[in-house]
Design a protein. Structure first.
Length: 64
C-alpha cells in the first residue's frame, strides 16, 4: 500500500460569480457555461418540486 495516492485529489470544477474570466480559455468558458446550465436545470427542478408541494398544501387547507 502506497503512502501517497497515485493521482492527486482534484477539486470539482466550480464557478464563482464575478470571477475574472480573462484568464480562462475558450474551452474553459464553454465548460463553465455547461456547468451553469446544468445547475440552472437542477434549480428549476427543485423549484418545480417546491411549487407542487405548496399547491398540495394549499389544496388540503382549502378543503375545509
Amino acid at each position: 500500500m502506497a503512502i501517497f495516492d497515485e493521482e492527486p485529489h482534484r477539486k470539482p470544477k466550480t464557478h464563482e460569480i464575478g470571477q475574472d474570466l480573462a484568464l480562462l480559455s475558450v474551452g474553459e468558458l464553454n465548460e463553465r457555461i455547461e456547468l451553469l446550465r446544468a445547475e440552472i436545470g437542477r434549480l428549476e427542478v427543485e423549484l418545480a418540486a417546491k411549487g407542487q408541494t405548496k399547491s398540495a398544501a394549499e389544496a388540503l387547507f382549502r378543503r375545509n
